[in-house]
Design a protein around this ligand. Structure first.
Ligand code: SDX
Length: 433
């Protein structure tokens, strides 16, 4: 039986409109307001979309109150422990975990697409060596659409699938190229005998002069970090990808729009901001100063890596990231790492502070990721590019789901207009004649 919600205006006994209430498999029901404007001449108003479901989706579910994150129904904790990142990619794209044969085919297909067109290297040469890697990522990933005219028909599932493979396979190569370009070291070609993460770490950290021997503990840690970043429902960058895709733009352009949005410090740029904040704090004795700055309404400073629009309990990814951080630092003999100790103390103090407790501000996925990436030898300005590498599969999965959704139409929000009403240009301004 379909539920309904009745809207009345100014207490009038006669209802203004009756709207259907829809239920998903789990989570909050939604009021279907698609007919609201046609029936009442009213818009809904929701800057920041704090109470708005922009679509229906079966990919990822978050329960912010309980601190639950499911990819296609599987808890993030189990996926992080039992699966590889490429298995999670297959799951997000196809809805089910792969069997051995499916995994072999998927992995070998990805491997065979890790190289980029050699002319793509020319795009790097236009940048200064100190260009931010995200600026280069936006340019180079966006340029990919110019190299694959053979498969840009978004209505073709086959074309969409090959675009997904190309992006998942090539983004790590491009990320590593961004780093190499900034150092003046030569680009490293992928090696097909290596796994996805081993390949990335070699392209990122090795040179042609030495044999690269991957450290299995560090490879597993980075594989897990990519799992933790793979998807997160309708976050800002995923919503950007969906909106760009709703116009019919090609997948490379849509993923590029997601990269651009992720760059912001309130979103994926937070991991870089966390490390810079910890370096600025410098010592546990200065933590109280920064906690008070974060609480001061007149101070723009925010405790980076804390708070979340959805999680009003702990972010399950932060706990897993903290454990991975400890594992990597121990493996590298850095368990006395000053930044990690500072982060642990900052988390302890913040979580005991009434301001953070009352506003339900907990560490999010970005709080510890910077420390572990730093320990892995990844430069700070590369952290958001690493986030983009993990999130590419989530963006693609949502883009593909949206294109296939029969309800899909171009996204075109309206507004509450607060500007000038119609008026005439004063006569004395008749410059045109
Ligand atoms: C990601 O959406 C996703 O799923 C994103 C993400 C993903 O995987 O895609 O999870 C990845 O982006 C994680 C978030 C990374 N960003 C940061 O760590 C930056 C610091 N955090 C804040 O900027 C903030 O918490 C947001 C942006 C994350 C959430 O902002 P909201 O939901 O709009 O909440 P808000 O800004 O309205 O804050 C509510 C209150 C405010 O105080 P009041 O106006 O109510 O008095 O809490 C305060 C804020 O001032 N507050 C903070 C704070 N975060 C919120 N105060 C100090 N330090 C902070 N970090």
């Amino acid at each position: 039986m379909t539920q309904h919600c009745t809207l009345t205006l100014n207490g009038n006994a006669d209802p203004l409109v009756e709207l259907p209430v829809l239920s998903g498999t789990v989570g909050p029901d939604v009021i279907d307001v698609q007919t609201l404007y046609n029936k009442t001449g009213l818009f809904t108003y929701d800057p920041g979309f704090t109470s708005t479901a922009s679509c229906s989706s079966s990919i990822t579910y978050i329960d912010g109150e309980a601190g639950v994150l499911l990819y296609r129904g599987y808890p993030i904790e189990q996926l992080a422990e039992k699966c590889t990142f490429l298995e999670v990619c297959y799951l997000l794209l196809n809805g089910e975990l792969p069997d051995k044969a499916q995994m072999h085919t998927f992995e070998s297909t990805i491997t065979m697409h890790t190289m980029v067109h050699d002319q793509l290297t020319n795009f790097f040469k236009g940048f200064r060596r100190d260009a931010h890697p995200m600026a280069i990522m936006v340019a180079v990933v966006g340029a990919l659409s110019a190299f694959y005219h053979d498969a840009l028909d978004i209505k073709s599932k086959k074309d969409r699938d090959i675009s997904a493979i190309r992006l998942i396979a090539k983004v790590p190569t491009i990320v590593a190229m961004c780093h190499k370009y900034s150092t003046g070291l030569p680009f490293m070609y992928p090696q097909n005998k290596l796994s996805y993460v081993e390949n990335f770490m070699r392209m990122m950290l090795a040179t042609p002069c030495d044999e690269y021997v991957p450290n299995p503990v560090l490879v597993r840690a980075l594989d897990r970090i990519l799992i933790l970043h793979a998807d997160h429902e309708q976050n800002a960058s995923t919503s950007t990808v969906r909106l760009a895709g709703s116009s019919g733009a090609n997948p490379y352009a849509c993923i590029t729009s997601g990269i651009a949005c992720l760059w912001g410090a309130a979103h994926g740029g937070a991991n870089e901001a966390v490390l810079n904040m910890l370096i600025e704090i410098g010592d546990v004795s200065r933590i109280p100063l920064y906690i008070s700055k974060a609480k001061d309404k007149n101070d723009a400073f925010r405790l980076m890596g804390f708070g979340h629009r959805v999680y009003k309990n702990h972010d399950p990814r932060a706990k897993l990231m903290r454990a991975t951080c400890h594992e990597v630092l121990t493996e590298l003999g850095l368990h006395d790492d000053e930044l990690f100790k500072l982060a642990l103390e900052l988390e302890r103090i913040a979580l005991e502070d009434p301001y953070f407790i009352e506003k339900k501000l907990y560490p999010n996925v970005d709080f510890y990721s910077g420390i572990v990436l730093h320990a892995l030898g990844i430069p700070t300005n590369m952290f958001t590019a690493m986030f983009a590498m993990g999130r590419t599969v989530g963006w693609i999965a949502h883009w593909d789901e949206m294109i296939a959704d029969p309800e899909q139409k171009i996204g075109r929000p309206r507004q509450l207009y607060t500007g000038a009403t119609q008026r005439d240009v004063p006569a004395q301004h008749g410059n045109a004649g």
